[in-house]
Design a protein around this ligand. Structure first.
Ligand SMILES: NC(=O)c1ccc[n+]([C@@H]2O[C@H](COP(=O)([O-])OP(=O)(O)OC[C@H]3O[C@@H](n4cnc5c(N)ncnc54)[C@H](OP(=O)(O)O)[C@@H]3O)[C@@H](O)[C@H]2O)c1
Length: 318
């Protein structure tokens, strides 16, 4: 086993180039904690926003980065009862997920099914539970037609597919290159941009009953133009008070929700595509890819230290 923990952190705010890799001593897990050897971790727009800085983020520098990961439990602290060394797990942490040997509370991790590929597990916990909790916040009945912006993205893609599984008709916005994928998952695609309102009206002349925004203010303006009642619009991507709409994102970690999401992915009832996979050390390039703003599913980093993480490189297909 490696005797150092390699950590991604930043000491000043800015673009991906402010990220640095530092080696720290391994830490033993305390009561209720586990130490997880990283195999894969998902990047999220929120990581980039926090790294760029702003008054809304209470950040003390230097700081770690990253919210969701998957790995192997390699040590457990006192009082840990559900997980044991050798367990394959995935989960989301408050911050600092991008380190090769993360110590965090046991109750943040669900068991990873053996059939769930590492990169997918690494990118599932945060976006999956955000999608689950956002969808659950709206009372929806079969036969309704909903609209989802950024439906090929991490959160939007999972949310749209969960709704389809519930018998809800889903129209989702994406660029043309992602339309075939949306159709393959039962989502009716429309191109975002100035033609969206007319395209949605043509697809659903009787209107849209609820909408979920994963892109930002321009999508919310179009939802309102379509006549969707504000209380039936949820955004995860902008300030809801600007529009009198709702913001329901991810609640506290729910292990049953993570278990259910993993089972749905293994059964191919939902798909979380991996848009790009980078070696852990190439985290700067991974963020550059994420911050193009155009991707299907997730950008992930994977550990390729064979001493710690055998098999990871093969699992990603890089
Ligand atoms: N509150 C919470 O708990 C919570 C949790 C997670 C995320 N979020 C927020 O939710 C938002 C979505 O996160 P995410 O991880 O799903 O993002 P993401 O995966 O990075 O979203 C990328 C998607 O945005 C689409 N897109 C780009 N330009 C667009 C436009 N003009 N109109 C509509 N879609 C466009 C892209 O489609 P194309 O590739 O086809 O161009 C791409 O598929 C972010 O703002 C994030 O910070 C909130």
């Amino acid at each position: 086993m490696r005797s150092v923990n390699r950590v991604v952190r930043f000491s000043r705010f800015g673009g991906p180039e402010v990220l640095e890799l530092v080696d720290e001593p391994l830490r033993d897990p305390g009561p209720g904690e586990v130490r997880v050897a990283l195999r894969a971790a998902g990047l999220n727009p929120a990581d980039a926003k926090r790294r760029r800085g702003g008054p809304q983020y209470a950040v003390t520098l230097p700081t770690g980065i990253g919210r969701e990961l998957a790995g192997v439990v390699e040590a457990v602290g006192s009082g840990v009862s559900r997980l044991a060394a050798g367990d394959q797990v995935f989960g989301a942490v408050p911050d600092g997920a991008f380190q090769t040997h993360l110590v965090a509370a046991e109750n943040l991790f669900a068991l990873k099914p053996a059939l769930l590929p590492w990169p997918v597990a690494g990118g599932l916990a945060l976006v999956g539970q955000t999608a689950w909790d956002a969808l659950a916040s709206q009372p929806l009945a079969g036969g309704e037609t909903i609209l989802v912006s950024a439906a090929a993205g991490g959160v939007g893609g999972v949310l749209a597919q969960l709704a389809v599984l519930r018998g809800i008709r889903v129209i989702g916005s994406a660029s043309a290159g992602n339309h075939a994928w949306l159709r393959s998952r039962g989502i009716e695609p429309v191109e975002y941009g100035p033609g969206l309102v007319a395209a949605v009206r043509a697809l659903s002349p009787d209107g849209i009953t609820a909408a979920f925004d994963l892109h930002g203010p321009s999508s919310v303006r179009q939802f309102l133009e379509l006549g969707i009642p504000p209380h039936r619009i949820n955004t995860n991507a902008t300030d809801p008070s600007l529009f009198g709409i709702r913001r329901v994102g991810r609640g506290p970690t729910s292990i049953p929700t993570l278990d259910a999401l993993a089972a749905l992915v293994v059964a191919d009832d939902i798909e979380l595509p991996i848009a790009a996979s980078f070696a852990f050390e190439r985290v700067v390039q991974a963020f550059q890819r994420l911050e193009t703003g155009h991707l299907r599913g997730k950008v992930v980093i994977v550990s390729d230290d064979p001493a710690v993480l055998p098999g990871t490189v093969e699992a990603t297909g890089r």
